[in-house]
Design a protein around this ligand. Structure first.
Ligand code: HEC
Ligand code: HEC
Ligand code: HEC
Ligand code: HEC
Ligand code: HEC
Ligand code: HEC
Length: 492
């Protein structure tokens, strides 16, 4: 603080310079805008990501720039005055016996306290804002739009992005912010990938994210699941499968240890090597059980490649890799809409027409919506139900297809199951054997993981068979081929 020395004659003041004045205007402007936006943000419940970005990220930055300008102005002015022979500057004398000095001091201290309070509120709010779903999901709208949309229709719609993507602890917070800086750069300079890459290599292990909420040993027992399907014939013949899925558990005090969640028994250690980015090709698996017995399974053509092979420990995300961003296949979404009556199953060929309209390549959302309408118009314009059919198919498109990011189910394989992607059959395919060939990862038997309680349509679905039925494939016997080789999700 330079207080003017009353003894010295009034000379040129370093306070009188344009740069500091502009800085001061910027500081005051930013400060009042911040207070206004803070009140706005606190009073509205929904929250708008742009208010957040402006209030907690941009305005504090503007304020700091303003302060820097003020300081810079002072330094330059002092330098100029000194050069013009205006110096030397009188020494700073603080004489608190003078009321003017006391007033200035009070003003200075209360100003500083006010500013510190402001900085504390701003940084606290900035921290929370940078962890919020709004910031992660809505701020860079185009980039995150596919993940955000599908997240909002997932079982985790109320779980914050940061709970899975960052988790707790300062180290991961800092790591996330550093990678966030790169992401901001990528968005500003249009350098991001389309579609975004999976798997996210920097994702924390499930033990530190999923397992903070989910107890891995939980006993789930058998889960009853119904999968509605419709064929692509003229009458959209329904074919529903009702399964009892043996999810099981791994806590002996709650039920038998085994079933699908056997993999998660804390005593088991399952590791594997994947040969592709998306972890779809798994030629080698190793199990270390509770007693420490090691069993290695491999496919006949597997050759170790120590320079390239990375051994990964299996966790929740090797099956539940899409717990929040569930891109439905065209088949699945249309089947669901038909089974709920949103699409009318009495419209001839509606399954086939809808799936075809959804899966054609489109460059933009607008083009897609328009061409979907044209396709439906061509097929059904004589029918009074056709407007509703168009609306429904367009809705499916908006929820699952994102042409701007080149994103749909096709680029994000779902590993839970085996119909549209290899999923469980990446290991359970009958090819993975021990070196002596005596033991294999169980596969051939369809009842290892589930029993079919009922299948077909109408009356057939009302008679449950607890022993399990043999699967009656609607298109006849398919031999040893895997389901996903024909069922791509976009009609077959
Ligand atoms: C329940 C946990 C969970 C929540 C909540 C969650 N994610 Fe994810 N996210 C995942 C998993 C798991 C992956 C896939 C990781 C992998 O395979 O490497 C993923 C992948 C992604 C990807 C990479 C592209 C892709 O689709 O695979 C992005 C981007 C992403 N999430 C953004 C978000 C945003 C934004 C939110 C909040 C709106 C969010 N996530 C909420 C678990 C979650
Ligand atoms: C912040 C807590 C939280 C975290 C972290 C979390 N979940 Fe969940 N998860 C939930 C809640 C709550 C539900 C139940 C939602 C419901 O049924 O309404 C749930 C449901 C599920 C379900 C059942 C889904 C269904 O279809 O019913 C699965 C599977 C699941 N979570 C897997 C995961 C995986 C995998 C991760 C890590 C990537 C994860 N969760 C992380 C809270 C969490
Ligand atoms: C080997 C694959 C696999 C692994 C690994 C796995 N799960 Fe699952 N899980 C499944 C399958 C399959 C289901 C049944 C899915 C369905 O309902 O369609 C399931 C169901 C669930 C459910 C719903 C069950 C209920 O009681 O409602 C939750 C929650 C869940 N898993 C959480 C987890 C968590 C947490 C982990 C990691 C500790 C994990 N799972 C690991 C395959 C797996
Ligand atoms: C990374 C490889 C791998 C993947 C992927 C995988 N498993 Fe397994 N699974 C194994 C191994 C190894 C065993 C132990 C050998 C055996 O029992 O055949 C096993 C055993 C099982 C068992 C028998 C458990 C018991 O009670 O002994 C079931 C059930 C099972 N898996 C279901 C599934 C389901 C369902 C999926 C897909 C959601 C799946 N697995 C995905 C490797 C895998
Ligand atoms: C390694 C475990 C495993 C084996 C072996 C297995 N399945 Fe499945 N199957 C699953 C799981 C897990 C699901 C549930 C997927 C989901 O919830 O999305 C499933 C789902 C299904 C469905 C319903 C799919 C849908 O989306 O409509 C059918 C039908 C089916 N299985 C048939 C078979 C037949 C036939 C065989 C024997 C050739 C077989 N499964 C062997 C794990 C297995
Ligand atoms: C050789 C190719 C092929 C293989 C392999 C195959 N399917 Fe199919 N599947 C078809 C055809 C073709 C249809 C009739 C599709 C239609 O009319 O839309 C069909 C229809 C179905 C349907 C009902 C309609 C639908 O498309 O949703 C189900 C369910 C089904 N298959 C399950 C399976 C399961 C489970 C497996 C693996 C055990 C499997 N399929 C393997 C070709 C195959």
């Amino acid at each position: 603080m330079t207080l003017p020395n009353p003894a010295a004659p009034p000379g040129p003041s370093i306070f009188r310079n344009w740069l500091s004045l502009i800085g001061l205007v910027v500081v005051v402007g930013a400060f009042f805008s911040f207070v206004l936006l803070l009140l706005l943000d606190l009073s509205s419940s929904g929250g708008n990501p742009y208010v957040g970005i402006l209030a907690y990220l941009i305005l504090p930055l503007v304020l700091v720039i303003g302060l820097v300008l003020v300081g810079l102005g002072l330094v330059i002015a002092r330098f100029q005055i000194a050069r013009a022979g205006g110096g030397p500057f009188p020494p700073l004398i603080l004489d608190f016996s003078r009321p003017r000095a006391r007033r200035t001091l009070v003003l200075f201290v209360s100003g500083s306290l006010f500013f510190l309070l402001f900085a504390a509120v701003a940084s606290y709010r900035s921290y929370h804002f940078s962890e919020s779903v709004q910031f992660c999901g809505q701020a860079c709208h185009t980039v995150m739009h596919p993940e955000f949309t599908t997240y909002r229709h997932s079982p985790h719609a109320r779980v914050a992005c940061s709970e899975c993507h960052i988790g707790s602890g300062a180290a991961w917070y800092v790591k996330a912010k550093i990678s966030g800086l790169y992401q901001v750069y990528a968005v500003l300079f249009n350098k991001f990938e389309r579609p975004l890459k999976t798997p996210v290599k920097s994702l924390r292990p499930a033990q530190e994210t999923c397992e903070q909420c989910h107890w891995p040993q939980k006993f789930s027992g058998d889960l009853d699941r119904v999968y509605p399907h419709f064929l692509s014939d003229k009458s959209n013949t329904p074919f529903t499968v009702r399964l009892s899925l043996k999810v099981g558990g791994s806590d002996l005090t709650r039920g038998p240890v085994g079933g699908i969640h056997w993999h998660m028994n804390v005593g088991n250690w399952i590791e594997y090597i994947a040969r592709d980015e998306l972890r779809q090709v798994i030629p080698w698996v190793r199990v270390v059980d509770q007693q420490g017995v090691v069993t290695e399974f491999q496919t006949p053509d597997f050759k170790p490649d120590p320079g390239r092979d990375v051994v990964r420990r299996m966790d929740c995300m090797d099956c539940h890799n899409r717990p929040a961003h569930i891109f439905q296949t065209a088949d699945e979404a249309v089947n669901m809409a038909l089974s709920l009556g949103l699409l009318d199953a009495t419209l001839p060929f509606v399954k086939k027409t809808a799936v075809e309209a959804l899966t054609r390549p489109y460059a933009t959302k607008e083009e897609a919506l328009q061409k979907i309408a044209t396709a439906m118009h061509g097929q059904y314009r004589q029918d009074p139900r056709y407007r509703r059919t168009i609306d429904e198919v367009q809705k499916i498109y908006l929820n699952n297809f994102f042409p701007e990011m080149q994103t749909s189910w096709k680029v994000h394989p779902d590993n839970l199951g085996h119909l549209y992607f290899p999923g469980c059959f990446r290991c359970h395919d009958g090819e993975h054997k021990t070196a002596d060939g005596k033991q294999e990862i169980r596969a051939s038997d369809c009842t290892t993981c589930h029993v079919i309680l009922a299948q077909g349509a109408g009356e057939q679905l009302r008679q449950l068979n607890p022993q399990g039925l043999a699967f009656e494939h609607p298109a006849g016997d398919v031999g040893a081929m895997q389901c996903h080789e024909c069922h791509t999700g976009g009609g077959q």
